[in-house]
Design a protein around this ligand. Structure first.
Ligand code: AMP
Length: 423
């Protein structure tokens, strides 16, 4: 059954607790934290504008970073309130707590259409523990609940799950926001009965992270294109040498069974036929986490399925990129999750960029529906300046993967079902 959405709510004069994903990148400038990427804030504006038009009193709850229950000043949401006010062109009040007397008093002063942003919910350990008492304190200030934080919906936390359950028990409606609705439409409905050919591109670091998605999509896809480090686990499964490439040697059986399933189902399952390899060398420098920085020397194209012993495979090669682009050009529905290589390093970004370009062209020229499953593929598209040119880019990394796997997202499960009566 479909979930209730914010469009179904009658929120005039009601206090609506809206869970948003404002876990935005911030940087210190002149001693102050400032928001450096407003994408996630902008994504919530349609929901907020609809609630304002309905005459709701809006209370926004969100998390920022991983303060582990401490009041870490660099993870305060105050700068987000400033940015939101600018973007929505109206005042946004802020309270330096998310529960308690101060919050209750401020909410009591809200008028219809007003917006209040609460402080980081993760300043309390009870948030991630989905503590009932904490969730009750959050629920105390709300009549209705809206979840527009798709990126956090795979977590059963107090502000994503517990609070919704409590408000629903009291008879309050709990609805999906417009962003959440869009995510479910593209990652769910559109891929349920895709227009064919349906081409899936999967990359990234680990087979283990994506095997459930691969398994599920083998039921629906016409072609699956594999890139990234996970290709080397498949190579290992086919008996080739992988040198110093990033692999999961203990996941070879999983890779073998995916290959067998693809064959049994008649799904074209393409692996790279050439690679960009380089020799990793440890340097004396340390990265931010204190780990030695690895330099990749002598990057070169290799068409040998056996990777040289001293080298690592770091990108798909030009022949693979061309072959994948040709398959993408024939697609009517495209799902892409995970880069084709170590795209953060320019020397190994060509494969990912070629796929990004091909996805954009298929969308713009052939009218293909292109859905980007969040995380690094979105970063890669944006880095190539192609962000706005696909059909849909998910805002959720982990959440989009879990949804594509067919798992129930706790933040979604807690929302009210649509009913036939007038809510
Ligand atoms: P994931 O989160 O699983 O999508 O993985 C994304 C990460 O995998 C990115 O940081 C990429 O740099 C990395 N990655 C992709 N391909 C390779 C590769 N061949 N070798 C090392 N890292 C890779």
């Amino acid at each position: 059954m479909a979930k209730l959405t914010v469009k179904d709510l009658k929120s005039a004069g009601k206090r609506v607790l809206v869970r948003v994903d404002y876990n935005v990148p911030m940087e210190e400038k002149d001693g102050q934290m400032v928001v450096t990427d407003v994408t996630r804030i902008k994504e919530t504006l349609p929901t907020l504008e609809l609630l304002i038009a309905q005459g709701a009193r809006i209370i926004l709850a969100a998390h920022m970073g991983r303060p582990k229950g401490q009041r870490e000043p660099s993870m305060s949401l105050r700068p987000v309130a400033v940015k939101l006010a600018e973007l929505i062109n109206r005042p946004v009040a802020f309270v330096d707590d998310c529960i308690g007397e101060k919050v209750e008093k401020t909410v009591g002063l809200l008028k219809d259409g007003d917006i209040l942003l609460l402080e980081n919910t993760r300043y309390y350990n009870e948030e991630e523990a989905n503590d009932t008492v904490f969730a009750e304190k959050l629920a105390r200030v709300a009549d209705l609940y809206v979840n527009d934080a798709f990126g956090a919906a795979h977590r059963a936390h107090a502000s994503t799950e517990g609070v919704a359950r409590i408000i629903a028990q009291r008879g309050g409606k709990c609805a999906a926001g417009l962003l959440m609705e869009r995510e479910l439409k593209f990652l769910g409905d559109e891929l349920d009965k895709p227009v064919r050919p349906f081409v899936v591109i999967l990359g990234g670091a680990k087979v283990s992270d994506k095997i459930k998605v691969i398994d599920r999509l083998l039921e629906k896809a016409d072609t699956i294109l594999i890139g990234g480090a996970m290709a080397y686990t498949f190579r290992l499964a086919q008996g080739y040498k992988v040198g110093k490439s990033l692999v999961e040697a203990d996941k070879v059986d999983i890779a073998k069974s995916a290959l067998a399933k693809a064959q049994a189902k008649g799904v074209k399952f393409l692996l790279p036929t050439d690679d960009v390899v380089a020799t990793p060398v440890k340097t004396d420098k340390l990265d931010k986490k204190g780990k030695p920085v690895i330099e990749f020397q002598n990057p070169r194209v290799s068409a040998d399925m056996n990777c040289p012993d001293d080298a690592a495979g770091l990108d798909v090669g030009p022949a693979t990129a061309k072959a994948y682009a040709d398959v993408i050009a024939s697609a009517k529905t495209i799902l892409w999750n995970g880069p084709m290589g170590l795209f953060e390093n320019k020397a190994f970004a060509a494969g990912t960029n070629a796929v990004a370009q091909a996805v954009v062209e298929a969308t713009q020229k052939n009218g293909a529906k292109s859905i980007i499953g969040g995380g690094d593929s979105v970063k890669a598209l944006n880095k190539a300046g192609l962000g706005g040119q696909v059909t849909f880019m998910s805002t959720g990394g982990g959440a989009s993967l879990e949804y594509l796997e067919g798992q129930e997202l706790p933040g979604l499960a807690a929302l009210s079902e649509k009913c036939c009566c007038s809510c």
